[in-house]
Design a protein around this ligand. Structure first.
Ligand code: HEC
Length: 140
């Protein structure tokens, strides 16, 4: 009896986890209780050509973003959950820089999007790469 209960509970938990990540790309990725605060958070650095260039170097270099998000920003197919299409204007409008910074600091739980800021890049480099991601909107 006990074992059966445990198996049932485990199955329910796993089903819950599978539901945990959103398949809708426009749904916020950040915890709901932080959403408002993060939407008010501005990129502290201006998008100068030098910073955008720094962001590009990180995207293609030590941030390793290009391996999943691809050269064109549309993302490579991943098993389970593919990356965002950065050239999608609707997604660009839906997200604030503060929300993107949360994802760079925490990853996107339940997906392959890994923690980047504090691990492979600094906070300032994170803001620079966000400026670079925004250029995918301008270029398309
Ligand atoms: C191992 C693969 C991988 C790497 C490396 C990676 N990403 Fe991602 N990224 C993903 C996946 C998968 C998603 C989709 C996550 C989701 O749907 O929640 C994602 C989502 C994102 C998002 C969108 C989150 C949102 O709010 O919609 C941003 C921004 C992002 N990545 C930036 C970066 C940056 C910048 C780098 C490099 C510093 C990077 N990623 C490196 C796989 C990766």
């Amino acid at each position: 009896m006990r074992t059966i209960h445990l198996i049932l509970i485990a199955a329910l938990l796993l089903a819950g986890l599978a539901e945990a990540f959103h398949t809708d790309p426009y749904e916020p990725r950040v915890p709901p209780e932080l959403l408002e605060k993060l939407q008010d958070m501005d990129n502290p650095y201006p998008p100068t050509p030098e910073r955008i260039e720094t962001g590009l170097e990180i995207y293609f270099g030590k941030g390793q973003c290009v391996t999943c998000h691809n050269v064109d920003g549309k993302g490579v197919e991943r098993p389970g959950h593919s990356p965002r299409d950065f050239t999608d204007p609707k997604w660009q409008e839906a997200r604030t820089d503060g929300e993107l910074m949360w994802v760079l600091r925490n990853g996107s739980p339940g997906t392959e999007m890994p923690v980047r800021v504090g691990k492979v890049i600094s906070e300032e480099e994170g803001w620079a790469v966000i400026h670079f991601i925004r250029t995918y909107k301008l270029n398309n």
